[in-house]
Design a protein around this ligand. Structure first.
Ligand SMILES: Nc1ncnc2c1ncn2[C@@H]1O[C@H](COP(=O)(O)OP(=O)(O)OP(=O)(O)O)[C@@H](O)[C@H]1O
Ligand SMILES: [Mg+2]
Length: 457
């Protein structure tokens, strides 16, 4: 599972927090030997400052050199930009190690000689969404972003799932792009680039699609220097004001086709709540909807099929229901991933990230020591729980036990409700200007119970 990050830099001369937390790398049992060719690929993302005009290749080589010269242990999280390197300090906003945690969980530590870092350099687009300004008074039929976009920065990391869902999606997309790139014969091996995420409301499906597009735009920037995300507004396509929806779909896809024709462009098309398409078709067939709807759905499916032949497009779709979606649509999606409500571990991590943010922003009083140590991640907290009882009297330990209790009390709440909970709890405090995390957690547990009871009414 990807979790918000621990500090990751381990310099042999300067033991740091991850040393304290995970045990010193030097004293850890030696990991199994890994042959050179079996090095683990670990992504290192380098975000340029908005003001930077440096060449991507120069920054990449510079970061690669920096990584070669350091004895790092790799686990997910930020690496400080080296102050002794004026070129990097001038141009780089942050450096982050990504996706090592899957490997790290099994093998405890990932040392520099076991790793082949793959450096991805990017600059965030600050343009914001560009709306389709269709005729007056009408809903726009799509939004468009240049990727990677500032709005989606940090979204991937903030989404917390167990069972490697995010990794699976990333790998799936990478394989799909590779197959297309290599020109694998679709008559011999069949695959497509349509992803369907389905599950209950508020589980992060739409966010995950956007975050995935952002991630892929960063990871594939050497092959595709430009990426765009087009979010199709399915509801607007079916708005009763559109008497000519079929034409609108054609117009929309013509625009997408133009983007796709530029072969250095990677294009993501997000069709949210895709069941509305299927529902419209069904209703049209039963005669309760204007027959225009059926033309729109058919137009959309035809256009999607056309797009499938372009190598540089990925279609992302979401739905709250799967069973009822038009079979013609479900069949088109290659990867259908269920996105469920957060498990205990995910709930703990979500609430933990909220608490750490409130401490960072001084809304909750912080501790003298590092807050990350006081509120450890789920795995470390579990280890602590198994430690001798003498440890338990410590206040910090009480806090993470309380956090676990809160995560337990939130069973049944969606990820969306969980992210709102700290706000509701804060509003319920008797003295909102001075609050210690322990007291806050008690209020949060009460708030969660109230929210849940309202849900079941
Ligand atoms: N597993 C999760 N981890 C972290 N945050 C989550 C998670 N699930 C949901 N959220 C939070 O909930 C918010 C809402 O998510 P989003 O709108 O993407 O959900 P959705 O599944 O598309 O919902 P709907 O089905 O109602 O459209 C997100 O901004 C995110 O902060
Ligand atoms: Mg959604």
């Amino acid at each position: 599972m990807s979790t918000p990050m621990e500090i990751t830099l381990q310099n042999p001369q300067e033991p740091n927090i991850s040393d304290l937390e995970n045990g010193d790398a030097a004293s850890a049992p030696p990991p199994p030997p890994i042959l050179n060719e079996d090095k683990v690929l670990v992504s290192v993302e380098v975000c340029l400052k908005p003001s930077s005009t440096a060449r991507i290749d120069d920054v990449r080589s510079s970061v690669e050199r920096m990584l070669e010269n350091r004895s790092l242990s790799y686990n997910d999280g930020p690496i400080p930009v080296p102050l002794d390197d004026p070129f990097l300090t001038e141009n780089v906003q942050r450096i982050r190690i990504c996706d090592s945690d899957e490997w790290v969980q099994n093998h405890e530590v990932l040392l520099f000689w076991q790793v082949k870092p793959v450096v991805h350099v990017f600059q965030l687009s600050e343009e914001g969404p560009c709306e389709d300004l269709s005729e007056e008074g009408q809903l726009s039929s799509f939004n468009e972003w240049m990727l990677p976009a500032k709005e989606f920065d940090g979204m991937w990391e903030s989404l917390i799932y167990e069972s490697g869902l995010k990794q699976r999606l990333l790998r799936y997309a990478a394989s799909a792009l590779l197959f297309t790139e290599k020109g694998v014969d679709p008559f011999l091996v069949s695959w497509n680039r349509i992803i369907l995420l389905h599950g209950p409301p508020g589980t992060g499906k739409t966010s995950l699609c956007k975050a995935l597009a952002q991630k892929l735009s960063i990871r594939f920037s050497s092959r595709y220097p430009q990426s765009q995300l087009v979010e199709v507004n399915a509801h607007s396509l079916f708005s009763k004001w559109f008497s000519e929806s079929g034409k609108l779909v054609a117009k929309l896809f013509q625009k997408i086709q133009e983007m796709v024709e530029e072969e250095n462009n990677l294009v993501f098309v997000l069709i949210d709540e895709v069941e509305s398409l299927a529902a419209a078709r069904k209703a049209a067939l039963s005669g309760s909807e204007p027959s225009d709807s059926i033309r729109v759905v058919n137009a959309l499916l035809t256009q999607m099929d056309k797009l499938k032949s372009s190598p540089n497009v990925i279609i992302l779709t979401t739905s709250n229901i799967t069973a009822a979606i038009d079979i013609a649509f479900v069949d088109r999606a290659d990867i259908k991933a269920y996105v469920g409500p957060p498990t205990l571990q995910a709930r703990y991590e979500i609430l933990r990230s909220c608490l750490l943010e409130l401490m960072r922003k001084a809304i909750l009083s912080s501790f003298q020591e590092c807050d990350q140590l006081i509120l450890p991640n789920y795995a470390t907290m579990k280890e602590k729980l198994n430690m001798p009882e003498t440890q338990e009297v410590q206040a910090p330990f009480r806090l993470c036990k309380q956090l676990l209790e809160a995560a337990g009390a939130c069973e049944g709440l969606s990820g969306r409700s969980l992210r709102k909970l700290p706000f509701l709890a804060h509003a319920a405090l008797s003295n909102p200007y001075h609050c210690d995390p322990g007291k806050f957690l008690c209020t949060m547990i009460d708030t969660a119970r109230r929210e849940l009871s309202e849900l079941h009414e």
